[in-house]
Ligand binder design. Structure first.
Ligand SMILES: Cc1ncc(COP(=O)(O)O)c(C=O)c1O
Length: 403
């Protein structure tokens, strides 16, 4: 019997070899392991708010649990939450979103996965920012598409400009992915960038997938622009979530606002994946959107103060260059000079920084091939810890540069 079965063991699907996972989790594991050995480590690697979820949101979840919200819901989410999302998106972006175009997901990550899987097929090209959030490239490859990286560079402020995107468009371009404010660069697209990108996607007959998960986390009074506000065609997919601005990473709640033609196929995909997000979590989501927003403003102000403190401290560090982040909570630092002096990759540098200097950062290559030569630091830590972390980086780099 076993012998008969063995001939059917033909191995994994080829797509299983094309999927990758986020490097930040692996760095966190390394840092934790060093801590378990008694090492003191300052954490600047993780892209997760260090704040607790606001009290009113936690209370709404507990009330919902007490009332028995422990069941399945319709796959696209409970109507009340879809309406609350449509209302908030419409008000914040100055558009008119129909709640039936809102699909609630298990984190923004599921919205990204389901969007790409629903529109990309074999050989389709997808233009995405590199460095950028790893799922764009990984899921495109998993779907059988061809990831087409747009190299973000310091010289254009790490922005994905319409001119550069235009050069990459071919008749196989199926989707263009944008992310503003940007992880890991902290860059923000300008109004004319977003308008230009909308035009390019429309001309190419391509979907424009806009990841706006950091949209309220903007500094220096900057304004957020979404392609939804400028689109004339039904080709924009907005993906977003509650993780960052409401400090709700562990709740796993996100959403997509999709063109009408995508509602049904994407709902079927979500149904096969997760059936629905947890019912009591969806009630917490309603409170997050409809309750007081002062905790969001407070967190954004704190990120901005931390950014300013970090920028001040970085002036003392030799051998690096960086741009002032305009949003999100990351700073992307060019460490090429240090790397070439010590003959290391950014990934090797990260291990050395943890082991020898007690500071954890994320290697740029984990955010895409064009992230090599950089490290990302996250402001998700207290000002005191961030300053200590930067001063450890400073000691490390000055000792490496003097070798
Ligand atoms: C740009 C970007 N998009 C999406 C996500 C995923 O967020 P979620 O926790 O809602 O799945 C992240 C998380 O780090 C992110 O940085």
């Amino acid at each position: 019997m076993y012998l008969r079965f063995r001939k059917f063991m033909k191995g994994l699907s080829s797509r299983s070899y094309r999927i990758t996972q986020e490097g930040a989790f692996a760095v966190l594991a390394k840092a934790k392991e060093a801590e378990a050995r008694g090492k003191n480590v300052i954490h600047m690697e993780i892209g997760e708010p260090d704040f607790d979820t606001p009290e009113n949101i936690k209370r709404a979840a507990m009330d919902a649990l007490a009332k028995g919200a422990t069941h399945y819901t319709p796959t696209p989410g409970i109507a009340e939450l879809r309406m609350a999302i449509a209302e908030k998106v419409s008000a914040d972006l100055g558009v008119n979103v129909d709640w039936k175009n809102v699909l609630v997901t298990v984190g923004c990550k599921e919205a990204i996965f389901a969007s790409i899987m629903s529109v990309v097929e074999d050989g389709d090209e997808v233009i995405y920012p590199n460095p950028g959030y790893p799922a764009y490239e990984s899921v495109t490859a998993y779907a059988g598409g061809k990831p087409v990286p747009l190299r973000l560079s310091e010289s254009n402020g790490f922005r994905m400009t319409p001119e550069e995107v235009n050069e990459l468009v071919t008749n196989r371009t199926k989707a263009i992915i944008i992310n503003s404010p940007h992880n890991p660069c902290g860059s923000v697209l300008r109004k004319e960038d977003v308008k230009g990108l909308v035009e390019i996607a429309e001309d190419a007959g391509a979907f424009l997938i806009s990841d706006e998960i950091y949209y309220p986390i903007l500094f220096d009074g900057l304004k957020h622009y979404s392609p939804l506000s400028f689109a004339r065609e039904d080709n924009v997919i907005l993906v977003d979530g509650f993780s960052k601005r409401y400090a709700m990473t562990g709740w796993r709640l996100g959403y997509a606002v999709v063109p009408s033609g995508l509602v049904d196929p994407m709902t079927k995909l979500l149904n096969n994946m997760t059936s629905c997000p947890s019912q009591f979590v969806q009630y917490a989501g309603i409170e997050a959107l409809k309750g007081p927003q002062d905790s969001v403003r407070k967190m954004v102000n704190t990120y901005e103060s931390r950014r300013n403190a970090v920028l001040e401290e970085l002036k003392k560090v030799e051998g690096i260059t960086y741009l002032k982040p305009q949003g999100a909570f990351y700073l992307f630092i060019n460490v090429q000079k240090v790397l070439s002096r010590v003959g290391m990759s950014s990934e090797q540098l990260v291990v050395k920084l943890i082991e020898d200097y007690g500071v954890a950062v994320l290697h740029g290559s984990s955010m895409g091939s064009y992230g090599e030569g950089f490290i990302r630091i996250s402001f998700a830590n207290s000002i005191e810890n961030l300053l200590e972390g930067i001063s450890r980086l400073g000691r490390a780099f000055s000792s490496m540069l003097s070798q």
